[in-house]
Design a protein around this ligand. Structure first.
Ligand code: F6P
Length: 541
């Protein structure tokens, strides 16, 4: 833990000075004065090519950022995480999601005992179950094979499997249909179940705690729906399995513990995709492909642990984020995957990043005096181009962005992919170099329109390329972001693995729920606005 507040360190002050020196230098100038810039600021890791040359940085910037990381003890903190120390201090837990994809099974010790045998025995259980479902050997209560898989979960118990199932749809077993129900809004579950045959439907109830209101409400509704048609309670074990750490609650719900897939308190919800929470993904793509996803994660885990900071992709991503967040005062960071398969990646990373680093207190419990986690948002390209890119190009805000693309498509219907990638490359070029008044005049644009048509450029982007979207590449990509988030949490000296901020809203919702009953007669004791809104709601029932 640092001895001084972050902003008082010599490394921070050096960056602040450096910022003043280079803040007005443009990307055009930086590229113009260094022919090797693109090579210098690109890191290749296997099939991943990470080009960060279109950032407002010099070699000095990166050196100073690395010094900041070193002063924050990043390499030491990485070892503490991988070594099973209880770095999730406020929950008293280790943070060992990296053990879940430790495909070589090297021992990972937690309090002196190796967690790898239990990790692999759970993978075997998932394998056996997923093969039964995929082959049609798993039968519903009326003897039919499963056709529909409905995942019920929320947050980390939804976003990861939902994002990855969509991302890897190309590799999926096409005669299975997947639905992800998360919102407690009746519409979500009712619309998902519309037209499904209960006899062919398998529910996977995913909840680390098995206490989450939304998930339990949806699971109860699913049970009623099933029993409405299959009548007997005995049907439940044929149609419900659970993924959780809470066996008692799973059993109370009526799910056979034999059909429960467990994981451990050292796996955070938003880092749980590679635990049994990935069960729908394994059912969709099969065991071998799932193992390849894990191997991709593992490659980046090893890279993050062992590569020197200057060649370490997640560390560099994290440092660049700090540079914009804390020195350029950028408030948001856009995730722009040029792949329809990755359409859920921005939502997944919203939780991964903002639930981790949306903290305002440092590890000593003091209020921070600097900005921490950015707002993460985004959309799959090219849709975003016809929606919000106007603001990226000409708005008053600086929005660093990650562009993600693939050299070859998984499916081809002509020249779509070439057009898709032409757009990706064009956008990063336009953002970086813009269009000057001189260019516009040369093109014959009337002078009065020049201010409106000018694109100042100098907008920073990273470009992450891979050959093709495979399970292995997806694993690498997600792990890059996980460790980027870790890097930033260490620099900002915050606890990235708890999420106490979500509790207050849950508590209040519990209190308000009975007050929404039109027959509730006691005095409302909220503020005037909340009281009025509750009364309005009741008056319309
Ligand atoms: O929103 C808070 C949270 O605890 C997330 O961290 C978590 O991913 C989600 O709720 C779901 O929790 P559970 O898996 O316990 O249902």
């Amino acid at each position: 833990m640092p001895e001084k507040p972050l902003t008082a360190t010599k490394e921070w002050k050096a960056l602040a000075r450096h910022y003043r020196e280079i803040k007005d230098i443009t990307l055009k100038e930086l590229f113009g004065t260094d022919r090797d810039r693109a090579e210098k600021f690109t890191i290749d890791e296997g099939d991943i090519c990470f080009d960060y040359s279109k950032n407002r940085i010099t070699e000095v910037t990166m050196q100073l950022l690395r010094e900041l990381a070193a002063a924050a003890g990043l390499p030491h903190e990485i070892e503490r995480m991988f070594g099973g120390e209880r770095i999730n201090e406020t929950e008293g837990r280790a943070v060992l999601h990296t053990a879940l994809r430790n495909v070589k099974r090297t021992p990972v010790l937690l309090d002196g005992s190796d967690v790898m045998p239990s990790v692999f025995s759970m993978l075997e259980k998932m394998r056996s179950f997923s093969e039964k479902v995929r082959s049609g050997r798993w039968r519903g209560y009326t003897g039919k094979p499963v056709k529909n898989i409905v995942n019920i979960g929320i947050g980390g118990s939804d976003l990861g499997p939902c994002m990855a199932t969509e991302a890897l749809r190309y590799y999926s077993k096409r005669d299975l249909s997947f639905y992800f129900v998360s919102n407690v809004d009746d519409a979500h579950i009712l619309e998902a179940l519309q037209g499904l045959d209960p006899g062919e439907t398998l529910f996977i109830v995913e909840s680390k705690t098995f206490t989450t209101q939304e998930t339990l409400t949806n699971a109860e509704t699913a049970k009623k729906w099933l029993l409405g048609s299959l009548i007997s309670e005995q049907a439940v074990p044929f149609h419900f399995v659970a993924v959780s750490t809470n066996e008692d609650a799973v059993t109370r719900f009526g799910i056979d513990p034999e059909n429960m897939f467990g994981f451990w308190d050292w796996v955070g919800g938003r880092y749980s995709l590679t635990s049994a929470i990935g069960l729908p993904v394994m059912i969709s793509i099969g065991y071998e492909a799932f193992m390849s996803l894990l191997a991709g994660f593992n490659d980046i885990d090893n890279h993050f642990r062992h590569a020197p900071l200057e060649k370490n992709i997640p560390a560099v991503m994290g440092l660049l984020g700090v540079w914009y967040n804390n020195f350029f005062n950028a408030e948001t960071h856009a995730i722009l995957p040029y792949s329809q398969y990755l359409c859920r990646l921005p939502a997944y990373l919203e939780q991964a990043d903002m639930e981790s680093n949306g903290k305002g207190v440092d590890r000593s419990g003091a209020r921070v005096s600097y900005q921490t986690g950015p707002i993460i948002w985004g959309e799959a390209g090219t849709n975003g181009q016809h929606a919000f890119y106007q603001l990226l190009h000409q708005g008053t805000k600086l929005i660093p962005a990650d562009f993600i693309g693939f050299a070859r498509p998984l499916r081809s219907a002509g020249d779509h992919h070439r057009k898709l990638m032409a757009n990706l490359f064009a956008q990063t070029e336009a953002l970086a170099f813009g269009k000057s008044a001189t260019d516009l005049i040369t093109e014959g644009v009337p002078r009065r329109l020049i201010p409106y048509r000018l694109c100042a450029g100098n907008r920073p982007t990273n470009t992450i390329m891979a050959e093709q979207l495979t399970p292995h590449t997806l694993g690498k990509l997600i792990a890059m972001y996980e460790h980027k988030i870790f890097t930033q949490g260490i620099i900002w000296d915050i606890y990235s693995f708890d999420q106490w901020g979500v509790e207050l809203g849950k508590e209040l919702a519990k209190k308000i729920l009975p007050e929404l009953d039109p027959l509730f007669s006691a005095d409302l004791k909220h503020d005037g606005s909340t009281n009025n809104l509750i009364r309005y709601y009741r008056s319309k029932q």
